[in-house]
Design a protein around this ligand. Structure first.
Ligand SMILES: C[S@@+](CC[C@H](N)C(=O)[O-])C[C@H]1O[C@@H](n2cnc3c(N)ncnc32)[C@H](O)[C@@H]1O
Length: 238
């Protein structure tokens, strides 16, 4: 965990160049839309692994209030600068410093793969959500393209590449079935999953544009080819 924290401290200054510019902005906005549609747009959100606050900013702009938590102090610093009216905490997503039944909504974007204790994180998410509260997470999914990613990232680390996410962190890339089982296992109901993102930000310009034009078709008809897996659910009313 220390290694992931160190990595995101190191790349905090360049993070938004990757996810808040050009292709990255489209890629991230698409993921945010897949999460936002499962959450109420009023009430208080907790964003786990909030990074530089891109989703917190969007949630607040849509009318909600939000708190972010991230393991990297430098990412939290960036988030706090982006969203001055929101609260941010440094910590790990599987041990939450919040009271039971506090939040109306819980989100986590592109962070779940790093969490060493996914059951622990979802148990904590369930605890801090109010009865009837909603959860939505999106994380890199396992498919034919992403199966080589850990190896490529390990090589990237060996040659000293300073790029967001590049390193040997022992991440786990999930299947829809795993996400379903984890959410249901934590006690969530109305569990649903889908895959999203075919236009990956790392694709070259023309290939990216082509991937973007066929993205809706891929997501609907050949979802296994999409990069991310999203899961949503609800904490039952008392
Ligand atoms: C790819 S970034 C995603 C950031 C943000 N959610 C977004 O969509 O832009 C992954 C983030 O997860 C955070 N992270 C990794 N492991 C974590 C953990 N165990 N608890 C909390 N945050 C963690 C990292 O510090 C980093 O900010």
């Amino acid at each position: 965990m220390k290694k992931v924290q160190q990595h995101y401290d190191d790349v905090a200054d360049i993070y938004d160049d990757r996810y808040d510019r050009d292709q990255g902005r489209y890629y991230h906005a698409h993921i945010r839309s897949q999460i936002a549609c499962h959450l109420p747009n009023e009430g208080v959100l907790l964003d786990l692994g909030c990074g530089t606050g891109l989703f917190v900013q969007e949630y607040v702009r849509a009318g909600g209030r939000a708190v972010g938590l991230d393991i990297s102090p430098k990412m939290v610093e960036k988030a706090q600068r982006r969203c001055r009216e929101s609260g941010f905490v440094v910590g790990t997503a599987d041990v939450l410093p919040f009271r039971d039944n506090t939040f109306d909504a819980l989100a986590s974007l592109l962070a779940f793969s790093y969490v060493p204790d996914p059951e622990g994180m979802l148990k904590e998410a369930y605890r801090v959500l109010k009865p009837g509260g909603s959860i939505a997470i999106c994380t890199l999914g396992h498919n034919i393209f992403t199966s080589a990613v850990p190896f490529i990232y390990q090589v990237g680390e060996k040659v000293g590449l300073k790029k967001v996410g590049v390193g040997d962190f022992g991440e786990h890339y999930y299947s829809e079935k795993e996400i379903q089982e984890l959410l249901a296992g934590a006690g969530f109901v109305d569990v649903d999953t889908n895959r999203c993102s075919f236009a990956h930000l790392a694709l070259r310009g023309p290939v990216f544009r082509l991937a973007r034009s066929v993205e809706p078709f891929v997501e609907e008809h050949i979802p296994y080819l999409a990069y991310n897996v999203c899961g949503s659910g609800r904490k039952p009313e008392r």
